[in-house]
Design a protein. Structure first.
Length: 253
């Protein structure tokens, strides 16, 4: 009886951990994460949602000098792209915040107690916020979370009922990489920042995740179902692509 000696397997190389740096862009210090990838064929640079960090992917073996030269060449591009992001916190008295696509002027009441409430005063949308000045951003985010919960609970119930599916749970998070998700067991998750988007965009997000209860993919059948649930699907996708990063840019502390 003969047996062939198996060749020893080569040990898989563990990829190096991402490198953390800071990059100065026109006087603004931004965290920069550099990931070395053996499968990468070129250097790529992208701005994280919200414009508060950068991520770079480089092929293995690239010299540090080449990385610096690449970043130097793209300073103008970064300055142009980052200019659209707010660099100051406007979540204070007299500033503005979007609620369901409508800009609301923030009015600090100065009272330690009292509800945060959206009103229309003299034809102007106003968000009245109580509490100490430093607590205004947190109070606004709490308000947006409540608005997101109310609207998404309602829309998810409607869309799930239309396709005869049950939702296991609905949670809200402050995710950067995606606006929503659906697990195999029917648990839905959404970014509460969607409460700042117009109603048709919120409706699209709810329809998108509910459609995954039927189609756990992004096939043509999935998109057809998404369009059936929300006729404004394409318009809403374009809105998120153009404006999504601006919603992430607001710092609620």
């Amino acid at each position: 009886m003969f047996s062939l000696a198996s060749k020893p397997r080569k040990a898989l190389k563990t990829p190096p951990p991402p490198e953390r740096r800071e990059l100065d862009v026109n006087g603004r210090r931004l965290p920069l994460t550099i990931k070395r990838d053996s499968r990468a064929t070129r250097l790529t640079l992208r701005i994280e949602p919200g414009g508060r960090a950068l991520r770079m992917t480089v092929p293995s073996g690239i010299a540090d000098r080449e990385i610096r030269d690449f970043l130097d060449r793209h300073q103008g591009w970064l300055m142009t792209k980052l200019a659209k992001f707010r660099t100051t916190n406007e979540l204070a008295d007299g500033g503005y915040v979007m609620i369901r696509g409508v800009a609301h002027r923030i009015e600090a009441t100065g009272r330690l107690r009292g509800l945060t409430e959206a009103l229309v005063i003299d034809d102007e949308a106003v968000l009245r916020v109580g509490g100490m000045e430093e607590s205004i951003p947190r109070r606004i985010s709490d308000f947006l979370k409540k608005e997101a919960r109310l609207e998404l609970d309602r829309l998810v119930t409607v869309h799930a009922g239309r396709i005869g599916k049950k939702v296991k749970s609905l949670t809200l998070r402050d995710t950067r990489s995606r606006w929503g998700s659906c697990s195999a067991d029917g648990a839905l998750s959404f970014s509460w920042r969607i409460a700042m988007a117009p109603p048709h965009v919120i409706d699209y997000l709810a329809a998108h995740e509910v459609a995954h209860l039927e189609e756990m993919n992004h096939s043509s059948a999935f998109w057809a179902l998404c369009e059936k649930l929300c006729p404004a699907t394409e318009e809403s996708k374009r809105w998120l692509k153009r404006n999504g990063s601006l919603l992430h840019a607001l710092d609620f502390g």
